[in-house]
Design a protein. Structure first.
Length: 202
């Protein structure tokens, strides 16, 4: 089975409007707690929003439907109860209000990304003052930020404005990293890279 994140690439905008919703009602034994915690973690990584305690909602797509069907089986195997509903409306909440709930959840997810990019830029400034310290660690941190950004964008079902801000912040960091790497190359190597190859004699 592919990763949870890899199965959620298509945006809800690709599907019907108004959105149909999946509502998962779950109940798990209080002990052992690991089954309940595992279910909650999987739901959050899918981008599901908790509604009134035991109810979790996702926009209906083939991918989210399959993922929740698998989760229903896991919950039942852990001696819990799970019911998956396909609904057109969750009264008295409007579709617009539900979309805002998802956007708010993603905004909270994106904040560490934006903060991490800004911290990395500050590290780049310190690295420029002392160019022989921390370069590899900074690149590794940036790659981790990029992976997390891609994961969150895969569950940003309604393309929230926070996602655009996070992407722009990451792109600014990527440009700074590329410039820093170019500066770190020896001068002779930079000159050779900038000179186009000679044409072969005719």
């Amino acid at each position: 089975m592919r990763s949870w994140e890899g199965r959620l690439r298509c945006r809800v905008a690709c599907y019907r409007v108004p959105v149909r919703w999946l509502t998962l009602l779950i109940s798990l034994p209080a002990s052992p707690t690991r089954h309940r915690v595992a279910a909650w973690r999987k739901l959050r990584r899918m981008g599901a929003v908790n509604l009134r305690g035991a109810a979790w909602i996702l926009p209906e797509t083939p991918e989210t439907t399959e993922l929740l069907q698998w989760l229903v089986q896991e919950i039942r195997a852990a001696k819990g109860e799970a019911v998956l509903l396909h609904v057109d409306q969750i009264e008295p909440i409007t579709d617009e209000q539900l979309r805002r709930l998802f956007d708010q959840a993603r905004e909270a997810d994106y904040q560490p990304i934006i903060r991490g990019c800004r911290e990395a830029v500050a590290q780049l400034d310190r690295h420029r003052a002392a160019p022989h310290t921390g370069g590899d660690a900074l690149k590794a941190k940036a790659e981790g930020i990029k992976r997390e950004l891609e994961r969150i964008r895969s569950i940003d079902y309604f393309d929230s404005s926070a996602g655009e801000r996070a992407r722009a912040t990451w792109e600014a960091l990527a440009k700074r990293l590329a410039a820093a790497e170019a500066r770190s190359q020896p001068a002779g190597r930079r000159r050779r890279a900038s000179v186009p190859p000679r044409a072969a004699p005719g």
